[in-house]
Design a protein around this ligand. Structure first.
Ligand SMILES: *Cc1c(COP(=O)(O)O)cnc(C)c1O
Length: 433
């Protein structure tokens, strides 16, 4: 029934998370409530750090993709663990900087960085830019020239791989809005252009093929295509890439029938593909970067809600309405994402009611999950836990319907502490003039 070993049941029949009673946490902090298991986050970081250190050349590193979930204390954890980060906005840069994260270890992504974004990132000393296309490259050159610096960049390329995941998270195809395609020759043109610029230090290349990826060998295929490109650039232009960033995307277990990925084994497989390709192409091995987001934080998160209403429509269906919804978790509305939902205070009871768990927003599409099994006696005041919400929930949360965003409580070693406060009604009107 449980998708991760940080979930359990105690003697009171309550769901436990990171060893703590979720009903007690709901009573103390209120609902809706984001819980995050700090020990699990650190464990996931260490899996990447260890495996990459073991299998890849010096200079290789995992970069946590903050778009999955970003707040000050999380960047502090990344800094303590020795992770690099991938940032996509001035907001993420600012949050990381404020938390004391050394931005020399940050890579700035995005397909539409403004001049102001570029200047801000250089002001803050962001280590490298991941460049999407020629206009951005020229803007970086101009800004770096003004400052008399050479800015390290990676060029984002599309290797032409279809991951067969959901369309919106499938980014490695030739017709993607991201990056420059190898197949069309645009990647080579961009590379040749980068090599003519005096204030741009081309450090290497980047690709990101998709998200929630389980498919056997897509990272190996992406690595092989990228290394073939690197070898051809070496031959044509005499330039040897120092770094190859293979992006993020490893899948996590949302429901019991999702597979469990052995990340360390996956990294070993990718390392072997990189070694083989480099040997075949007579290429020095570049440092490898990976950008895990979801697989660092997803199963470290759980959201708790209070049931407000249970509606049975005879001959049709049943609804369990909760005190949150698409404002704190838009993923079912966006992608039909699957989740495991549990009645956190009735874990000893049989789940005999098939229902839809729906939110409180004024929108029929405000659904957390359909076809959920919950105890027949579930009623107003009970607790619903939605598991594996650590990625792309808080970071995608909105104030739709003028709902304040829930707090984030970090759990570690049997202790709990608030890492992000609950928004107040005054927070909602703070910017109204
Ligand atoms: C989304 C994204 C990631 C993180 O992907 P996950 O699936 O969360 O691991 C990494 N790199 C880039 C460029 C991305 O767009």
């Amino acid at each position: 029934m449980f998708t991760c070993d940080n979930l359990g049941v105690n003697g009171a029949g309550h769901l436990t998370f990171a060893g703590q009673d979720t009903a007690a946490l709901a009573a103390e902090y209120g609902t809706p409530l984001y819980l995050m298991d700090e020990d699990r986050i650190r464990q996931c970081c260490r899996t990447y750090l260890r495996a990459m250190r073991e299998h890849f050349p010096a200079g290789s590193a995992p970069l946590y993709a903050g778009k999955a979930c970003a707040f000050g204390q999380l960047y502090r954890i990344m800094s303590e663990e020795g992770m690099g980060i991938d940032v996509v906005s001035c907001g993420e840069i600012h949050t990381a900087a404020r938390a004391g994260f050394d931005l020399a270890n940050a890579y700035f992504h995005g397909n539409c960085k403004t001049d102001a974004d570029i200047a801000y990132a250089m002001d803050r000393g962001v280590g490298a830019f991941v460049v999407d296309g020629a206009e951005e490259l020229d803007a970086i050159e101009a800004e770096a020239e003004k400052r008399g610096i050479r800015q390290a960049v990676l060029l984002r390329l599309t290797p032409g791989i279809d991951t067969h995941t959901y369309e919106a998270v499938n980014t490695g195809k030739v017709d993607s809005k991201f990056g420059s395609a190898i197949e069309t020759g645009q990647a080579e043109t961009l590379t040749a252009h980068a090599l003519t610029l005096r204030h741009v230090d081309l450090a290497g290349f980047h690709c990101h093929i998709g998200s929630q990826v389980f498919a056997e060998d897509v990272f190996e295929r992406a690595a092989a295509i990228m290394l073939e490109f690197i070898a051809s650039v070496r031959k044509e232009h005499g330039y040897t890439a120092r770094r190859l960033d293979l992006g993020g995307g490893y899948g996590v277990r949302y429901v019991a029938d999702d597979p469990v990925l052995d990340i360390a084994a996956k990294i070993a497989d990718v390392a072997k593909a990189v070694k083989d390709a480099c040997a075949r192409l007579d290429l020095p091995e570049p440092a490898i970067l990976l950008e895990p987001g979801r697989s660092i934080v997803a199963d470290a998160g759980l959201t708790l809600y209070t049931v407000g209403a249970v509606k049975h429509i005879p001959g049709y269906k049943s609804y369990v309405a909760i005190d949150g919804g698409m404002a704190d978790n838009p993923r079912y509305a966006l992608y039909r994402s699957r989740y495991t939902c549990l009645c956190a205070n009735r874990m000893a009871e049989a789940n005999e009611l098939v229902c839809s768990v729906v939110g409180r927003c004024c929108e029929s599409g405000d659904i957390i999950q359909e076809g959920v099994s919950l105890p027949g006696g579930i009623r107003r005041g009970d607790l619903v836990a939605v598991c594996t919400t650590g990625a792309y929930n808080y970071s995608m949360a909105s104030n739709y319907n003028r709902l304040p965003r829930p707090p984030i409580v970090l759990l570690s070693g049997g202790k709990a502490r608030v890492a992000v406060a609950r928004e107040s009604l005054d927070d909602l009107t703070r910017l109204d003039l």
